[in-house]
Design a protein around this ligand. Structure first.
Ligand code: C2E
Ligand code: MG
Ligand code: MG
Length: 473
């Protein structure tokens, strides 16, 4: 009997021990599950913003396309890239940049429904999946909502930061039925939105793909072009609107492509900038323009200035001034006869650094002009601080000077700004004698445009310098 009782006791203990073991195992299992979930969360989310990452987006998009197929519905992919985020990061530091991205992530989340997915692809790129779409217009509406939401300033570490974004949109099934193609197409459309002036959205169109393929060929061809001396400079006269005298010339690059013939800068400058090839091209342009202008000076053909367009990428390169000095030394060209044309947006982007750079350039003795004036957003107080010699009124205003009163008012205002800042004003894109009359009566001294002459190759320009312009008013 006693023996039996003891056995029961042992069994009880064993049972307890087993129960403890089971409880421990259960806990371990739960911990493991949690760890697994955490790992899975980390693998599917972006560390900085805690948004779903690329992996998670791809999974959801694949599911969503399958569902859309079964339910015969549409869905949309929005590809976003912040405009000029790099300059914010560079100027205010990575901590500010990171906080800004978190703020952007929050606003994006607020713009969509919970059934939609906002993901971060990395850097300043976000992709949004709109899972259930009644109509394509709904995607446009959301894109607009995002543009507005992001246009409000962000307060980050005592800074007030303004950002904008460019958005590309692709739609299932119209643009593609494949998840990865939808992302690729939205990315392509985003690229176009950026090219068209940023802070806007654009739907994917099939012809955009052709252009994307073309960009790659253009880039490869550009590399060969620089080595193969396929670039040419054309020259367009700048003219005194009172006397008709040629006051100088603007050098404009052309690409004599072996198969395509003469290619205009609008077709390749952007690719050259993106690929970094613009540096080499820009140096060639400066050297060639100085070389040619020196010949015209020595032969007594021209005593005006030669103007050269400088791209944003060249201008922002740390060694731009140094290289310019070397080119001037090499060509023996008098810097006071060289004018650099910089666009308004280049100058205003990081205005403080611009002042330093412009001051260095002025110290070299070169002249400085603001190109396409009126198309960007100039701060007049900066404009006053910049050591600028001339303003070039953008041709878009000159074009409609006689029909659209707004443009006439703008042109008149620019002429007055130039007068009060003691800067020369040059009107671009003059095509008719009526435009000349208008500009003269508004005291614009100089102009440039097809009315006087199209851009000419050096030889033809030499002949133009010899005979002068036939100009009656
Ligand atoms: P931009 O500096 O504003 O040059 C003026 C553009 O207007 C030139 O186009 C010129 O041919 C064109 N143009 C001149 N008169 C008229 C006119 O009466 N009517 C019209 N509709 N257009 C006129 P182009 O040569 O195609 O150059 C386009 C742009 O490419 C230039 O604008 C400039 O920003 C850039 N570019 C040209 N050459 C170079 C270069 O060597 N380096 C860099 N970085 N950019 C360049
Ligand atoms: Mg120009
Ligand atoms: Mg211009």
């Amino acid at each position: 009997m006693l023996e039996m009782l003891r056995e029961v006791d042992v069994l009880k203990h064993e049972k307890q021990a087993l129960e403890i073991l089971i409880a421990q195992l259960r806990e371990a299992n739960e911990n493991l599950l949690c760890a697994k979930l955490e790992i899975s969360h980390l693998a599917h989310h972006d560390f900085l913003t805690n948004l779903p990452n690329r992996v998670q987006l791809n999974e959801r998009l694949t599911q969503a396309t399958a569902l859309a197929f079964r339910k015969q519905r549409k869905l949309a992919v929005l590809f976003l890239d912040l405009d000029r985020f790099k300059s914010i990061n560079d100027s205010l530091g990575h901590t500010v940049g990171d906080k800004l991205l978190q703020g952007v992530a929050q606003r994006l989340r607020d713009c969509v429904r919970t059934s939609d997915t906002v993901s971060r692809q990395g850097g300043d790129e976000f992709v949004i999946l709109l899972a259930e779409l009644e109509h394509e217009d709904d995607a446009a509406r959301i894109a607009e909502k995002i543009l507005v939401a992001l246009s409000l300033p962000f307060a980050v570490c005592e800074h007030t930061i303004y950002v904008s974004t460019s958005i590309g949109i692709s739609v299932y099934p119209t643009d593609s039925m494949q998840a990865d193609d939808l992302i690729k197409h939205a990315d392509t459309a985003m690229y176009h939105a950026k090219e068209n002036g940023r802070c806007q959205f654009e739907f994917f169109k099939p012809e955009m793909n052709l252009i994307a393929v073309e960009r790659q060929t253009v880039e490869a061809d550009l590399r060969a072009a620089l080595a193969g001396e396929e670039f040419r400079l054309f020259y367009q006269p700048k003219v005194n609107l009172e006397s008709g005298a040629i006051t100088g010339a603007e050098a404009l690059i052309r690409w004599r492509h072996t198969q395509r013939g003469l290619v205009e800068p609008d077709q390749f400058i952007a690719v050259a900038e993106d690929s970094g090839l613009i540096t080499g091209i820009g140096r060639w342009v400066l050297g060639e323009a100085c070389r040619q202008a020196r010949i015209w000076q020595e032969t007594g053909h021209m005593n005006g200035r030669i103007a050269v367009n400088i791209s944003a990428v060249e201008f922002r390169q740390g060694d731009f001034v140094e290289h310019l000095r070397a080119i001037l030394d090499d060509t023996g060209f008098d810097p006071s006869y060289l004018e650099l044309e910089l666009t308004e947006s280049v100058l205003m982007n990081n205005a403080v650094a611009t002042i330093t750079l412009l001051t260095q350039l002025k110290a070299l003795g070169v002249h400085l002009a603001v190109d396409d004036f009126g198309t960007g957003y100039s701060s007049l107080s900066y404009l006053k601080q910049f050591p600028i010699d001339s303003l070039k009124i953008d041709q878009s205003f000159v074009r409609d000077i006689l029909n659209e009163t707004d443009d006439a008012v703008i042109v008149d205002a620019v002429i007055n700004i130039g007068a009060s800042l003691k800067q020369r004003v040059i009107a671009e894109g003059i095509e008719t004698s009526e435009q000349v009359s208008f500009l003269r009566s508004h005291h614009c001294e100089e102009g440039q445009g097809y009315f006087f002459s199209v851009p000419l190759e050096a030889e033809a320009f030499t002949r133009l310098l010899e005979r002068g312009l036939e100009f009656h008013h």
